[in-house]
Design a protein around this ligand. Structure first.
Ligand code: NAD
Length: 474
C-alpha cells in the first residue's frame, strides 16, 4: 500500500512526473493504446479480486460490480482504442476570407500533470474511468481514491503499481489530508468526482494555480412522470435506477414528480417492482444478495435522520422504512406526503429513500425544478412528446433521459456531467479525452505573405477603408 502523507513526499512525486509529462507529449496513439490494453487485461485477470473488494467495502453484488464498475471502464477503454487515432489527429479548420492564404488546424496536446480525486460509491469505475481519459490524452496522473472504500482503493493501488512507474501514474491513499496536500500542487488539470461541497474546496484550491478542473458533482436528479406514461415500464426502470447500489448513485432518481391523477397507480407499480427485484419469494429484502448496504455508519445515520425528519414532519411511508444498524441495511423506502421543510426535499438523498411528490400541471413541475440548483440528470417518463420537449426546453440539467434513467452513463458518445452546482466540464469518450487535453489552435502563414500588410502604421486612408469594410462584411 502506498501511503504518501508527508507533504514533501507528495511534492517530490509531483516533481518526478514533470519530465514524464513532457515526454508524453510526443507519445503516439499506439503507445497510449498499449497502456489501455494492459489495464483491460489486468481487469480481466483480476475480475474476481475486484468483485471481492467491492463486496468487502459495502456488499456490492457481483452482477452490479460487473455491470456498473467493470463494464463502463472496459467499454470506455474499447471506445478509446477504436477512436484515439482520430481524436489525436490534427483537425483542419476552414479559412475565413480575411485569412486567405493561411492554413489552420486544431492540434490537441496533453494538458500535462493531472490529479484524479474519486468517490467511494462506484470507486473502481469513477477512478479508472477518468484515468482512461487521462492516458488517452497523454497525461500523467496522481490518483487519490476514497478512504471510505478502502479495499477497492488498495486494489486500485495494486493495479497501478503492477502496470505503471510512479513517475507516470501513482496512487496516494489516505484521508482528506492527503487530498488537501495534493490540492496545494500546481496540477495542469484536476478531475474531481464527489459532492458539490468538496467540489467548491477543489475549485478554490485549483484557482490558486489556475489549474483547469472537471468537477463531476451530485445533487437532486428529478423524475417527472407524465400522465401519458406507461406506469409499469416507468416503475421497472425507476426502481432499478434508484435502488441499484442501494441508492448511492450520483444520477439515481432523487425524487419523483408524478401527475396527481396517476400517483396511486405509480406507487402500486413501484411496490410490485421492489418486491419482484429484491424479494420475489417474500423472505425479506434483507436476505437478498442483490441489494447492497450503506457504505458506513456516518451515512447510515445521515439517512436514518433524513427518514425520521420526514416522518416527524408528516411524511408517509408507502413502502419500506426498515433499517438495521449492525449490518447497515436500509430497506428500499418510498415516502409520500412530502413537504418543502423536510430534508429529503432539501438535500441530496444519496441512499435508498424515494420521495414522491405530485403536480397537477406540467408547468408546476417545471417551476419546481427551476427553483432548485440545476440537476445532474433529469428524467422524463411519458409518450406525450410535446410535454417532453417542453421539459427539455424549459429546464437545465447536465443530462436528460426520456423514458429511462441512469442509462445515459453507459453511452460513450454522450458528454456526461453536470451544470453549475451539479458539475463543471464533461467526461466520457471524446469529451473525457478533451477534458485532459489542450486544444491548441495553430495558424500557418506563408513566408513573404501578410494578410494585414496594408493595415500597418502609418494608417492611411486605404487602411481605414479596409478596416471599415472588414467590420461591415466579415
Ligand atoms: P466527497 O466529496 O465527500 O469525497 C470525494 C473525494 O474527495 C474523496 O476522495 C475524499 O477523500 C475527498 N475529499 C473529501 N473531503 C475533502 C476535502 N475537504 N478536501 C479535499 N478532498 C476531500 O464525496 P463522496 O461522499 O465520496 O461521494 C458522494 C458525492 O459524490 C455525492 O454528492 C454524489 O452525487 C457525488 N458523485 C458524483 C458523481 C458524478 O459523476 N457526477 C459520481 C459519483 C458521486
Amino acid at each position: 500500500m502506498v501511503q504518501k502523507e508527508a507533504e514533501g513526499e507528495l511534492s517530490q512525486l509531483f516533481e518526478n512526473q514533470l519530465y514524464k509529462s513532457i515526454s508524453l507529449r510526443r507519445s503516439s496513439h499506439e503507445e497510449r493504446i498499449l497502456k489501455l490494453k494492459k489495464i483491460r487485461e489486468w481487469i480481466k485477470t483480476h475480475q474476481e479480486d475486484i468483485r471481492k473488494a467491492l463486496w468487502q467495502d459495502f456488499n456490492k453484488p457481483a452482477p452490479e460490480v460487473d455491470l456498473n464498475e467493470i463494464f463502463p471502464v472496459t467499454s470506455e477503454i474499447n471506445h478509446a482504442i477504436k477512436n484515439l487515432k482520430s481524436w489525436m489527429a490534427p483537425k483542419k479548420v476552414s479559412t475565413p476570407l480575411p485569412m486567405i492564404g493561411t492554413s489552420a488546424w486544431i492540434q490537441v496536446e496533453p494538458k500535462g500533470r493531472s490529479l484524479i480525486i474519486s468517490p467511494w460509491n462506484f470507486p473502481f469505475n469513477l477512478t479508472i474511468g477518468p484515468l482512461v481519459s487521462a492516458i488517452a490524452a497523454g497525461c500523467t496522473a496522481i490518483i487519490k481514491p476514497s478512504e471510505f472504500s478502502p479495499k477497492t482503493s488498495e486494489l486500485i493501488a495494486r493495479l497501478i503499481r503492477d502496470l505503471f512507474e510512479e513517475d507516470e501514474i501513482a496512487v496516494c491513499l489516505g484521508e482528506v489530508e492527503v487530498s488537501t496536500e495534493l490540492l496545494k500542487l500546481p496540477f495542469d488539470h484536476i478531475f474531481f468526482t464527489g459532492s458539490p461541497t468538496v467540489g467548491k474546496i477543489v475549485m478554490k484550491a485549483a484557482a490558486q494555480h489556475l489549474s483547469s478542473v472537471t468537477l463531476e458533482l451530485g445533487g437532486k436528479s428529478p423524475v417527472i412522470i407524465d400522465s401519458s406514461a406507461d406506469l409499469k415500464d416507468a416503475a421497472q426502470k425507476i426502481i432499478w435506477g434508484k435502488f441499484v447500489n442501494c441508492g448511492q448513485t450520483c444520477i439515481a432518481p432523487d425524487y419523483i414528480l408524478v401527475h396527481d391523477s396517476i400517483k396511486d397507480q405509480f406507487i402500486m407499480q413501484a411496490k410490485i417492482q421492489i418486491q419482484g427485484y429484491y424479494d420475489p419469494s417474500f423472505n425479506g429484502i434483507e436476505k437478498s444478495t442483490d441489494y447492497a448496504r450503506i457504505i458506513n455508519l456516518k451515512h447510515f445515520q445521515r439517512l436514518q435522520n433524513m427518514l425520521n425528519d420526514a416522518l416527524v414532519k408528516g411524511g408517509q411511508i408507502a413502502f419500506g422504512g426498515k433499517t438495521e444498524i449492525s449490518s447497515k441495511y436500509f430497506e428500499p423506502t418510498l415516502i409520500a406526503a412530502i413537504s418543502s421543510e423536510m430534508s429529503v426535499f432539501k438535500e441530496e438523498i444519496f441512499g435508498p429513500i424515494l420521495p414522491i411528490l405530485t403536480y397537477n400541471n406540467l408547468q408546476e413541475a417545471i417551476d419546481l425544478i427551476n427553483s432548485q440548483p440545476k440537476p445532474l440528470a433529469l428524467y422524463f417518463f411519458g409518450t406525450n412528446s410535446s410535454h417532453s420537449k417542453k421539459v427539455m426546453d424549459e429546464t437545465s440539467s447536465g443530462n436528460m433521459v426520456i423514458n429511462d434513467c441512469v442509462l445515459h452513463f453507459l453511452h460513450n458518445e454522450l458528454p456526461f456531467g453536470g451544470v453549475n452546482n451539479s458539475g463543471i466540464g464533461k467526461a466520457h469518450g471524446y469529451h473525457g479525452f478533451l477534458a485532459f487535453s489542450n486544444e491548441k489552435g495553430v495558424l500557418k502563414q506563408r513566408v513573404g505573405y501578410n494578410n494585414v500588410s496594408l493595415l500597418r502604421p502609418p494608417y492611411g486612408i486605404k487602411a481605414k477603408q479596409i478596416i471599415s469594410s472588414l467590420i461591415k462584411w466579415f
